[in-house]
Design a protein around this ligand. Structure first.
Ligand SMILES: Cc1cc2nc3c(=O)[nH]c(=O)nc-3n(C[C@H](O)[C@H](O)[C@H](O)COP(=O)(O)OP(=O)(O)OC[C@H]3O[C@@H](n4cnc5c(N)ncnc54)[C@H](O)[C@@H]3O)c2cc1C
Length: 508
């Protein structure tokens, strides 16, 4: 008889687990609190324009890319609409202090060659650093869909060294050190803290295949839901899990807010562990385990400004932009006062079609700590009061002032502008402190910042961005590991690798 699986949370973590398990013969049910599944893949409409909530920069779909292999196995690559970012500059990093824009080019050699034009005397160091990044990634088994070593600390060097120290071991040039960490704001990298393997994975991942979803990321979520349903499973939206009933180290059932009860053989939580602990009786977990996990540091949150443009007023850019006032801001973007905020931003014009010439929208992401909105922490969406609305307008204006420095007359091109704060992110995802990337790893104390997939509850597994690594890369890789606990990881990896590869529409 088919084993039943109940998954709490229908973001990419829950949906990829659901798709894999339904393909492998399990009976899957996903509970999602929102009216539409997707979590960070979800898109919403304003003024007839679709906006992404949490998946702007993607990669891995190029031929032989890790995600290309995973989603070929799931059988949905053909349904994905993906546009590669510019070959000669998928990311532009602009430092206002000396007015230089550094272009990050796709492909190992191209990246080294392009960056060396700004630092000719550092060419060898750049080449050696990137070579090291590639070596580190080659040695991360799951990234290459190989069986991980039984000893997870066998790669201790890249776990206990920070990405900032690794960079500094290749170059003394302080400008180059920050330029090589240009994407910190995007993935939440922290000086002396973020492990080298995290920085290496993300850098390698984007150099190899930086791209974007065309028309928003919701279609990936929809395709995953369809696979689950085609295999006899179901995704129940508007269904928030409100209690996990545990007896003698075994889950008996999950109760939803609407009073319905769901029973299964196995349960998987893909939500933030602190949110999960709010719906269990925590005395079912050892105090040390519960307190350690509940107290793991979270990533920063963000203030996101969404802009729609007047027709044909702003060119479409097939790259993402990272902007810093000065080099130091790359590492210190979360250290600000209300006067010095924002210390930089990431902005992009997501493609609406494959052949956009003008942009209809822009998303501007600025790092913001939860502390900045803490005084409204007991309010809910739409009911936060006029003081909060003024705060948002004030901070939107700070963002637009910064954009005016980059593009004089920026405001004159805008049709509408609105924003989301760390509170929006907290309440939308049900994630502590609105942490955009969930919990963070600290190379100074790896065992403490790692959350194992297995729990002491005998039929309960964890998945999602808080386990291992966030984002379009980290979450699906963890989903493979989580499903591997049930299917057998070696069998699952073999099944994934045996499937014929297909390519997304635009890459054919
Ligand atoms: C503003 C922003 C920008 C980002 N940009 C990028 C990017 O460009 N590239 C990238 O790779 N990553 C990006 N990320 C990170 C990425 O979105 C996440 O790592 C990823 O979506 C997390 O997936 P998940 O499934 O672990 O969690 P989520 O997507 O948060 O999914 C969890 C789901 O569980 C649901 N849920 C919560 N509680 C309950 C409950 N009690 N019962 C039922 N359902 C529940 C939520 O509604 C949600 O749908 C960004 C994140 C944010 C916030």
């Amino acid at each position: 008889m088919k084993k039943n699986i109940l998954i709490i949370g229908g973001g990419i973590g829950g949906l990829v687990c659901g798709a894999i398990l339904s393909i492998e013969g399990y009976s899957v049910r996903v509970l999602e609190k929102h009216k539409v599944a997707g979590g960070g893949l979800h898109t919403f409409k304003r003024n007839d324009i679709e906006f992404e909530t949490g998946m702007h920069l993607i990669s891995g779909f190029q031929h032989n890319g890790t995600l290309n292999k995973l989603f070929s196995y799931i059988g949905i690559v053909d349904k994905l609409h993906i546009k590669p970012a510019d070959e000669d500059g998928f990311d532009h990093f602009h430092v206002a202090a000396d007015g230089v824009t550094y272009k990050m080019a796709r492909g190992q050699d191209n990246f080294v060659k392009t960056l060396s034009t700004y630092f000719p005397e550092e060419k060898e160091n750049i080449r050696d650093y990137i070579k090291k990044i590639y070596q580190i990634c080659e040695n991360i088994p799951i990234y290459n869909l190989r069986m991980p070593s039984a000893d997870i600390y066998s790669n201790i060097e890249v776990m206990e060294t920070s990405i900032s120290d690794l960079i500094a071991s290749y170059t003394d040039n302080p400008k180059l050190q920050t330029v090589l960490a240009w994407n910190n704001a995007m993935y939440g990298g922290r000086k002396n803290k973020t492990p080298a393997y995290v920085g290496a994975l993300i850098t390698h991942f984007y150099i190899e295949g930086a791209s974007r979803f065309v028309g928003g990321s919701q279609h990936l979520a929809d395709a995953l839901v369809q696979i689950i349903e085609e295999n006899g499973g179901e995704v129940l939206t508007n269904t928030s899990a409100s209690f996990i009933d545990i007896k003698e180290q075994h889950i008996l059932k999950v109760v939803a807010e609407n009073g319905k009860e769901y029973m299964a053989d196995w349960y998987i939580s893909s939500i933030h562990p602190s949110s999960m602990f709010k719906i269990v009786d925590t005395c079912n977990f050892k105090k040390a385990y519960y307190q350690r996990i509940d107290n793991i540091q979270n990533s920063n949150s963000a203030f996101i400004t969404f802009v729609t443009f007047k027709p044909q007023s702003f060119p479409y850019q097939n790259y993402s932009n990272f902007y810093a006032h000065d080099y130091d801001d790359v590492w210190n973007c979360a250290e600000y006062t209300s006067e010095s905020w924002p210390r930089g931003c990431m902005y992009l014009t997501p493609p609406m079609t494959y052949h956009d010439t003008f942009a209809k929208k822009m998303i501007i992401s600025t790092i913001m700590k939860f502390d900045s909105v803490k005084k409204w922490e007991n309010t809910t969406i739409g009911k936060r009061g006029p003081e909060y609305e003024n705060f948002k307008t004030n901070y939107e204006n700070k963002v637009l002032d910064m954009m005016e420095k980059i593009f004089p007359d920026f405001r004159s091109k805008i049709n509408t502008v609105f924003s989301a704060s760390p509170l929006t992110i907290r309440d939308y995802y049900n994630v502590k402190e609105g942490a955009i990337y969930g919990t963070i790893s600290d190379c100074n104390n790896m065992p403490v910042s790692q959350i194992p997939i297995r729990t002491k509850i005998d039929n309960f597994l964890l998945t999602g961005q808080n386990i291992n690594l966030h984002g379009i890369l980290g979450v699906p890789l963890t989903a493979i590991l989580t499903c591997g606990e049930l299917i057998g990881l070696d069998k699952l990896l073999k099944n994934i690798k045996e499937k014929n590869l297909s390519l997304p529409t635009f890459l054919k």
